[in-house]
Design a protein around this ligand. Sequence first.
Ligand SMILES: [Zn+2]
Length: 242
Amino acid sequence: MTKLRVAFTVDLEPDCPPYLDGFRGVEEGMPRLLALLANERVPATFFTTGDVAMRYPDVVTELVAGGHELGCHGMTHRAFTSLDADVAKHEIETSAAILRRFAGVDAFRAPYLRFPPAYIGMLCDAGFTLDSSQAKYKLAYYRDHRSARIRRIPASVTSSVLRLPRLIREAYLRQLESPIVLFVHPWEFVDLRHEHLRLDCRFRTGDVALDCVADVLAWFKRRGATFTCMRDLARTAATRTS
Ligand SMILES: [Zn+2]
């Protein structure tokens, strides 16, 4: 039986884009999430927007000091599928330069897990070696992954699944194949239940969401999983590349 490897990743961004535009997740959710990860000794990869890094440099400094990996989540959290090539290149280069003031940054994840295959070369040119913009639960992964010039490690399951009631959630998690890439957002740990959001964005947010993540980490630990950041997963896991 192959060893179960799990990457816990966080998209560090404004609150629930494109519906809200605050930063309660960064201000209120992040301290709680970082404390949980430190308690559980789980290293994570934080795909951070350049905009958040400029507004909250102390938060980025803290996560790097906590032993976590810093990744790039674009500059402004606009969808790359809506950007012309020149603007996309500027987003990538600007965010990479800002984030690399804090730490080495090798991994990229596009907002909304949508990234045009034609722009992959821009990631390579900007020094990224790993892309996690795809998702195993999206059709584009099965269409595009072979054309990549970069190592691609897709997300395994969408973030709201981790907030489902335990029995349903565990039924999902049991289906996942190693290496498993989970992701969450700091705004999920703020109570957004009464905001005007899509149901999957707001249900069971706040304290419950943090408890769910604690349960998920414990569940994988009981199954003998090793938690790893994306950079280390890329080094050791059998992943798709070309
Ligand atoms: Zn995002």
